[in-house]
Design a protein around this ligand. Sequence first.
Ligand code: FMN
Length: 370
Amino acid sequence: MNAHSTVASPVLTGTMLKGLAFANRLSVAPMTRISASAEGVPTERMARYYQRFAKGGFSLLTTEGIYPDKAYAQTYKDQPGLADRQQAEGWKKVVDAVHATGRRIFAQLMHGGALSQANRFRSDTIAPSALRPRGRQMVSYHGEGLYAVPREMDETDIAEAISGFAQAATLAIDVAGFDGIELHGANGYLLDQFFTDYTNQRQDRWGGDIGKRLGLSLAVLHAVRSAVGDAVPVGIRLSQGKVNDNKHKWVEGEEGAAIVFKALAASTADFVHVTEFEAWQPAFSAGGRSLVTLARQHAPDLFIIANGGLHDIARAEQVLEAGADMIALGRGALTNPDWPHIAASKVEACPLELEMLSPISDIKDSELQL
Ligand SMILES: Cc1cc2nc3c(=O)[nH]c(=O)nc-3n(C[C@H](O)[C@H](O)[C@H](O)COP(=O)(O)O)c2cc1C
């Protein structure tokens, strides 16, 4: 932190998204913590965990990835769902705990596709193409060995996945009381499997060039918008890297990014959440533009949430300057759940210490209160 500046940092200034006022530009990034009941119902412990970030001054929290249906979406053991009323009522307790502090919370809806490593509802996995995913299952999420070879989705599977997202969004807004919906289009999960050149080898309308490969995400955005109405903030998270391929780059480079962000600008999305390892870096090659800059250029009216290595306040300010509206912190928030208060009082934040994520990434007792 800059201990000598007397001017409030831009990260501490307010902003608005679709009628929602935020007291600062700081949000908690979505982080899977596999701490729900075996039935996928959020617990009291999760309510305390989320409320801790709200009390710490983050004006927006995005939940961990939540599975939207009782078919193929669940990805991890003890992951929470939003696929029935009981799960939605569990989330209501989390939402109420956050609202009690005056902060906001968005639900991240996530379908694991071929990266599903535990699913109570199915014993096989599905994906755009029947190709075994790269890499190995995540041990800190109870995984072991290679991923299964998925079955190629047919039109019925695709229609079911889309309507699962829409139904979960309805439960999220009408029953749980969330303030907005983020679709997980990043990090290698189902929507990203359709978006990625080498995991999507389809010859039908869901495959092809980058615009066509974005088609499932656009269809889900459309279905979710129709389900929740115009007033609710809805957006999508995009990345290049994946949990099972962290160096991946969009093969179409900056021209591909232009197509993607223009398509999102023309969609009913209100925001895009871009995540990179280091959000300020050129996205494709030295001297080029970052994803944040490209998003701002090609989608001038979209609200942009930026994530990746921004727990250094100077970097966060740089990314706001490049066009982001909101910063999301992942590891920085885990280490400093009161990062916004620390920034406001200009004291040094603790360095990243992530011992709470091992050996298993569930919520630890030390994370339940400030
Ligand atoms: C424990 C953990 C769980 C995560 N789970 C999710 C998730 O459920 N959904 C998602 O979009 N990203 C997830 N991520 C990625 C983070 O949202 C974020 O992109 C990443 O930590 C990089 O941001 P940072 O540099 O601020 O930590 C997870 C990261 C961590 C550390």
